[in-house]
Ligand binder design. Sequence first.
Ligand code: ZDP
Length: 279
Amino acid sequence: MVIEFSKYQGLGNDFILIDNRHFAEPLITPEQAIKMCDRHFGIGADGVIFALPGQEDTEYTMRIYNSDGSEPEMCGNGIRCLAKFIADLEGNSEVNKSYRIHTLAGVIIPKLETNGEVTVDMGKPQLAAAEIPTTLDSVGDKVVAQPLEVADRTWSVTAVSMGNPHCITFVEDSEAIALEQIGPLFEHHSAFPQRTNTEFIQVVKSDYIKMRVWERGAGITLACGTGACASVVAGVLNDKCDRSCTVELPGGCLQINWSSADDKVYMTGPANEVFKGKY
Ligand code: ZDP
């Protein structure tokens, strides 16, 4: 079967977008997604995203397969790409247009800004151990600065869910972390029964942090939107950063604001089409 796709990227986190508006189930299988994401034998991407019909009070549903074929609940860079893709499919050039999107992490609302960037209402972070999920101990009802043994070292980690699980570690120098070696050990650690995305954060200033990420199901990527949100939440919980903070990722910067007014996390960043094709 020949399938039309569009390739988008947000800060170098790149996705294959599929117009799935007329079918309730994804048009391709996880096995096909693995092949399409292959950077040598396929199109090349960190994941495949489907724009499906909405459910309940939403206009669209987003589903995503990681490059290993697993299905995460949410995808921050991906939903910015999805918003641009939908506007393109609809031929909609309305400014400040927002969409209500059903995801496995609840209703997420991206809004197209006049400068071409997208601001996403990412919802409230989940901090309870059982919801993340993690078996690490809690302080009160949060998993903050807990010891985790990985690669013969005890790390102090904070766990946050943005719909998907994140394990955040603050380090002196994020460049010095051997991500390729230790990333998989965090991802598959028994303390995270659904596996985990893993972020290493260097605090440059209270309103500017640098992040490197090992993504569950995708490995090293140039950016991770949910990871940037989770890292600012972790920074606030550890008194290391402001609620409004710039996150520098290898692919560029995201602006994150954990609102004290409504407890939701707002993420602003770019998303752009790269090319269209048939596969
Ligand atoms: O939770 C996971 O399994 C992630 N790999 C999903 C993708 C997250 C993403 N990088 C983001 O920007 O949030 C797309």
